[in-house]
Design a protein around this ligand. Structure first.
Ligand SMILES: [Fe+2]
Ligand SMILES: [Fe+2]
Length: 277
């Protein structure tokens, strides 16, 4: 079993008392999303992000790095990350797609050295690896949209299923025993609690939780639901954290990321089901 007896805390880089000392062999992840950089954010996050070098082993960004996905905004993001020396793993969010510059924006992030995951993987070390997709919407539980009726409905649901499939393939491809999932959309309803119920179907889908459970992810991070809830768990027991910056700052003013220790010494479960990709 993956050891999920981990610790977590919201950090603003000043106080560390909330987080226990690292256990030997653990990897400390700093995770945040939805900082929505705009042209007037130059310098706003740079120093806060730089603190991650002392606080964590890896920085995870869960998308909505920009407001409208403009190239000038991607440039601001790159500048704000300039002093980060630990590896950066990221997915994109819906806002990053808005202006149609996602390819060039992605190139800018990758040129900075960001491991931008769109169904890809990143192995931090031989034990801990990351699988990332943006994910998509579609609803939860009995409210989940099904591919019935018009072609438009089917193509909408197929967009969701493609993201789920990409996540599954990425998790399966990871050779590391500890697998960390990075998403923009929520894979469970618990971490969007607090958002108006009318928009829940647009905040994610629990179809995304199936691969997390099947491949025994050690933990999953997502954003998108600014007014959601920090912690939740999949039906299979995978811890899920909504690390949207507005949410973190509601919990702790001045916060810049959520810190989470994952045990990198225990072997994770083998996949429960092998699927054919
Ligand atoms: Fe957002
Ligand atoms: Fe979003």
């Amino acid at each position: 079993m993956t050891d999920r007896s981990i610790s977590g805390a919201i950090s603003n880089g000043h106080e560390r008392r909330a987080l226990q000392p690292r256990t030997p062999g653990s990897v400390r992840i700093a995770a945040v999303g939805d900082f929505h950089c705009g042209p007037d954010d130059v310098g706003v996050y740079r120093e806060l992000f730089a603190r991650v070098n002392d606080e964590a082993d890896v920085l995870v960004l869960t998308g909505d790095l920009t407001r409208w996905g403009a190239l000038a905004e991607f440039k601001v993001v790159v500048g704000e990350l300039a002093d980060v020396t630990v590896p950066i793993v990221s997915v994109l969010g819906n806002h990053d797609y808005e202006s149609g510059h996602v390819e060039e924006g992605s190139r800018m992030l990758r040129a900075r050295g960001v491991h931008l995951l769109c169904g890809d993987t990143f192995e931090l070390n031989p034990t801990v690896g990351f699988a990332g997709v943006k994910g998509f919407m579609g609803g939860f539980g009995r409210g989940m949209l099904t591919p019935f009726g018009e072609p438009e409905t089917k193509s909408f649901v197929n967009a969701t299923l493609n993201e789920v499939h990409s996540l599954e393939l990425a998790l399966r491809r990871l050779a590391t025993p500890v697998r960390v999932a990075v998403l923009h959309y929520a894979p469970i309803a618990a971490t969007i609690a607090g958002e108006p119920e009318a928009i829940h179907p647009y905040l994610g889908t629990d179809r995304l939780a199936e691969p997390l459970d099947r491949y025994s992810a050690a933990v999953a991070f997502h954003g998108h639901a600014h007014s959601g809830t920090l912690r939740g768990t999949t039906l299979g027991g995978v811890p899920v954290f909504n690390v949207s910056l507005p949410l973190l700052r509601r919990e702790r003013p001045g916060a810049m990321y959520y810190l989470y220790d994952v045990n990198a010494t225990a072997r994770a479960d083998a996949p429960k089901v092998m699927s054919v990709g």
